[in-house]
Design a protein around this ligand. Structure first.
Ligand code: 5AD
Ligand code: SF4
Length: 465
């Protein structure tokens, strides 16, 4: 459901009301973000609302008057990290009784976690679920005026809120959510339960957002959705993701488009063709495999086979021989045998990924896989995980070596975190590239001649024009 504009206007009134309460005071706010790009995009909206409410954004929690923790629920590790940092804020609250602490996002959208926070974290002032994000100003205002803790979850299937303010972290890179939620119910995954059903934004709203971003100097746009390949199917006049990409690429300006995530069951040849034909689309494809065993894929409710997956990869490579391919892989899914795992290694070898994001299966409350038999002992999962990474490192290393002596166009992101004398950028294929250069290059494209490679980074020299 699209949130009516008068409801959004009401939230703008609450923003003003909070801004009035903050008037003349120097108030600071921190947003801590865990999890995926969608959460980062959400945080930029929360930060946008905070700015409208008179807060100055800071990364320094010690100096903050308000801390908002935007949580993730995809794996237990992410949940524990968010709970642990929130636990540490107790001491800040003891020092500053006026400090406001809030939690939002996927973890606290689960009833049992919301109850945990209510009962075990009494210093948390307000909690709201992913579908209540647009109501943040009202929730905050109500907390401040009433002094009462606020816990706002609803069991709706989700909504779309247009027109919220955004405070973007980068001047030249931006997230654009094109759809929200997921209908796939992969048996290990909590996302469909905490982010509701699939719903697409109207193409015109997306195009207008991209147009304004490009006008604002943004060079790289990443389109976000849990399953971008099913974009538009739910719209009153359906539009395919391939069509949307085509329309975005037709906008004027020098910018690059990326997208994630694609589900192999829905990735179409049409999409691959559009990608191959459009200069503006980065030749990088993230296509999560999850497992190379058909038996496990079926238990995961993924609706494709390893053969279908490799067929897509073949088609992609035929159309775009230099495409960079990345994947998500889970090891230790319930019932995974050594033979199943070997099949994953086999597909890994054939797909020749540039990089993978690999995870040890994490049992999520309420998902079908949580109650499947044959949960894998942690030491077995850890051992498989190590072997998977080893194998991928060999491939990534080899692929990186091939870059030696080539010229890469990179979007310069800033100073390297590990070596201040160098700048860091990302190539079209998402390679991290370090090289010496002037700060003036930040936010622009630069050509770099690659002279040295490592598993996770390339090094080079700026080509002078
Ligand atoms: N355990 C481990 N990894 C998971 N993912 C999703 N749910 C789980 C889980 N329960 C991984 C999938 C997905 C990525 C975002 O996180 O690989 O693609
Ligand atoms: Fe989770 Fe599967 Fe949906 Fe991705 S497609 S968010 S893994 S349920």
């Amino acid at each position: 459901m699209l949130i009516p504009q008068d409801e959004i206007a009401k939230q703008f009134n609450f923003m003003q009301a909070v801004a009035r309460l903050n008037e003349g005071k120097e108030k600071y706010a921190t947003v801590k973000t865990y999890g995926c790009q969608q959460n980062e995009a959400d945080s930029e909206r929360l930060a946008g609302m905070l700015v409208k409410m008179g807060y100055i954004l800071t990364e320094n929690e010690q100096a903050s008057d308000l801390i908002l923790v935007n949580t993730c629920a995809v794996r237990e590790h992410a949940e524990l990290k968010a709970l642990s940092i929130t636990g540490q804020y107790k001491h800040l609250k003891e020092k500053n009784r006026d400090l406001l602490i809030g939690m939002c996002g996927c973890m606290v959208s689960q009833e049992h976690r919301k109850e945990d926070v209510k009962n075990k974290y009494p210093y948390v002032d307000f909690v709201f679920g992913t579908s209540m994000l647009y109501k943040f100003p009202e929730i905050l205002y109500t907390k401040i005026r009433s002094g009462k803790r606020q816990f706002c979850l609803d069991d709706s299937e989700g909504n779309i809120a247009e027109g919220l303010p955004v405070a973007r972290e980068s001047r030249f890179k931006a997230w654009v959510s094109i759809m929200y939620g997921c209908n796939n119910f992969c048996t290990y995954c909590i996302v469909p339960y905490v982010r509701g059903r699939e719903r697409s934004r109207e193409p015109d709203a997306i195009l207008e957002e991209v147009r304004l971003l490009v006008k604002d100097g943004v060079k790289e746009i990443t389109l976000l959705g849990q399953n971008v390949n099913s974009y538009g199917k739910d719209l009153p006049s359906p539009v395919s993701f391939a069509e949307l990409l085509d329309r975005i690429c037709a906008l004027e300006g020098d910018f690059t488009v990326r997208f994630m995530t694609s589900h192999p069951k829905d990735a179409t040849k049409e999409l691959i063709d559009v990608m191959a034909e459009n200069q503006k689309i980065a030749k990088a494809f993230h296509l999560p495999l999850q497992s190379g065993s058909d038996r496990i894929l079926s238990l995961m409710n993924r609706h494709y086979t390893a053969e279908h997956y490799l067929g897509l990869v073949d088609y992609m490579r035929k159309k775009m021989p230099d495409i960079a391919l990345t994947s998500d892989i889970i090891v230790g899914f319930p019932g995974e045998t050594e033979e199943d795992f070997q099949k994953t290694l086999e597909v890994l070898g054939k797909a020749e990924y540039d990089n993978i994001y690999s995870f040890i299966y994490s049992r999520r409350v309420g998902t079908p896989a949580a109650s499947m038999p044959d949960q894998i002992p942690p030491e077995v999962s850890r051992e498989r995980f190590a072997r998977l990474i080893d194998r991928q490192m060999e491939i990534s290393n080899r692929k990186n070596k091939d870059y030696t002596g080539t010229l890469l166009r990179v979007l310069v992101e800033g100073r390297s975190k590990t070596d201040e004398t160098k700048l860091t950028g990302r190539s079209e294929k998402n390679r991290l590239v370090h090289f010496e250069g002037d700060d003036a290059l930040i936010g622009t494209y630069a050509d770099v001649l690659i002279t040295k490679t490592e598993t996770f980074a390339l090094f080079g020299e700026l080509k002078k024009n």
